[in-house]
Design a protein around this ligand. Structure first.
Ligand code: NAD
Ligand code: IPM
Ligand code: MN
Length: 359
């Protein structure tokens, strides 16, 4: 029997408490389906900086390289925001981790669970049944181009961020988007700013050409400003959205609110040998340690880990079904509705794990 090694990086803020709930679900899956998962924890982000002086210690990176998949909570917080950029949790740990592992594709599914149709701030008929997959390019663009801060002779400052993409980077993310769409509702929307940005103009050229290879897939393009508006006006027009690193970051948080809460949005960062799974949200510092955060985004990231790294479709589905069931009765504060039972982070994790074992 294969032993699957999972690196667990809880990180900062609510990271540890939400990660713990995903582990409960994965352990329940192991027990229920007779798998062997070995979990090894390591420090990342501000927690690592405080302990050893670097947000991505070598031991953590080594552990990641020797694992079959990585589960991450979240990193960051005010405490570390003003460190030199290369020592911040975001630029010193999270981005290098994605880059070093070659995780160019970030899948962020915005799915409205049946029980949550009334939990969104949008009208239920607008979001009911929604199932969007945001495919965000994750290792290029503005995040990874040359950055500069220059002090000018007159005492003012000039700052630069560079947006770079190569043919290969665009082709591989678009390929993945088309292939995902082929297994879904067969629609791909490229979101860009081709009326202004040279990089976007080229994305359009490349992706439109590729669309011709997929005659069964409906392809359209949309400027990002319009896409932001369409996402709240008529979100069900979207199936797969493919877009660059920056636009994907913003639009995925926006899409999350359609599902009821940012705390529902899972993510999978794939494309390399070892996948990284983390909620789309951050470390929510104001809730740290309060057991108020919604752990479902992290639990569902665990389901994505099983699906994309271990090819365990029925096991992934077991987690998703358990969440579907539990949401009929139990809610964390961010998605609480009248007549249902309010639970804390731990209790939500327990209910989901029990449901997996019962299912
Ligand atoms: P955030 O995602 O942490 O929080 C945004 C809002 O959503 C806050 O009101 C927060 O309380 C709420 N929220 C987030 N997750 C929630 C959950 N599971 N349950 C209930 N409510 C939840 O974003 P932010 O406040 O802009 O950033 C906080 C820190 O997190 C920053 O340091 C940022 O860089 C970092 N961050 C990290 C990641 C990551 O590790 N992948 C992602 C985003 C932000
Ligand atoms: C995310 C986060 C990160 C990003 C930050 C923390 C670097 O917002 O995972 O969405 O922008 O990619
Ligand atoms: Mn983000």
């Amino acid at each position: 029997k294969k032993m699957y090694k999972i690196a667990v990086l809880p990180g900062d803020g609510i990271g540890p408490e939400i990660t713990e709930q995903a582990l409960k679900a994965l352990k329940a899956v192991a027990e229920h389906f007779g798998h062997e998962f070995q979990f090894t924890e390591a420090l990342v982000g501000g927690a690592a900086y405080d302990a050893v002086g670097h947000p991505l210690p070598k031991e953590t990176l080594d552990l990641c390289y020797s694992s079959d998949a990585i589960l991450l909570g979240a990193v960051g917080g005010d405490k570390w925001a003003d460190l030199p950029p290369e020592l911040t949790p975001e630029r010193g740990a999270l981005l290098p981790l994605r880059k070093l592992l070659g995780l160019y594709a970030n899948l962020r599914p915005a799915v409205v669970f049946p029980a949550l149709a009334n939990a969104s701030t949008l009208k239920p008929e607008v979001v009911e049944g929604l199932d969007i997959m945001v495919v965000r390019e994750l290792t290029g663009g503005l995040y990874f181009g040359e950055k500069k801060r220059e002090d000018l002779p007159d005492g003012t400052v000039r700052v630069t961020d560079t947006l770079v993409y190569t043919t290969e980077e665009i082709v591989r993310i678009a390929r993945l988007a088309f292939e995902l769409a082929a297994k879904r509702r067969k629609k791909v929307t490229l979101v860009d700013k081709a009326n202004v940005l040279e990089s976007s103009r080229y994305w359009r050229e490349v992706v439109a050409n590729m669309a011709a290879e997929y005659p069964d897939i409906e392809f359209n393009t949309m400027y990002v400003d319009n896409a932001a508006m369409q996402l709240v006006k008529m979100p069900k027009q979207f199936d797969v959205i493919v877009t660059d690193n920056m636009f994907g970051d913003i639009l995925s948080d926006q899409a999350s609110q359609l599902t009821g809460s940012l705390g529902m949005l899972a993510s999978a960062s794939i494309g390399g040998k070892i996948g990284l799974y983390e909620p789309s949200h951050g470390s929510a510092p104001k809730y740290a340690g309060l057991k108020r955060a919604n752990p479902i985004a992290t639990v569902m990231s665990g389901a994505m880990l099983l699906r994309y790294s271990f090819d365990m479709e029925k096991e992934a589905k077991a987690i998703e079904d358990a969440v579907t069931e539990v949401l009929k009765k139990y809610r964390t504060r961010d998605i609480m509705e009248e007549g249902l039972q309010l639970v804390n982070t731990d209790e939500m994790g327990d209910r989901i794990a029990e449901q997996i074992l019962a299912g």
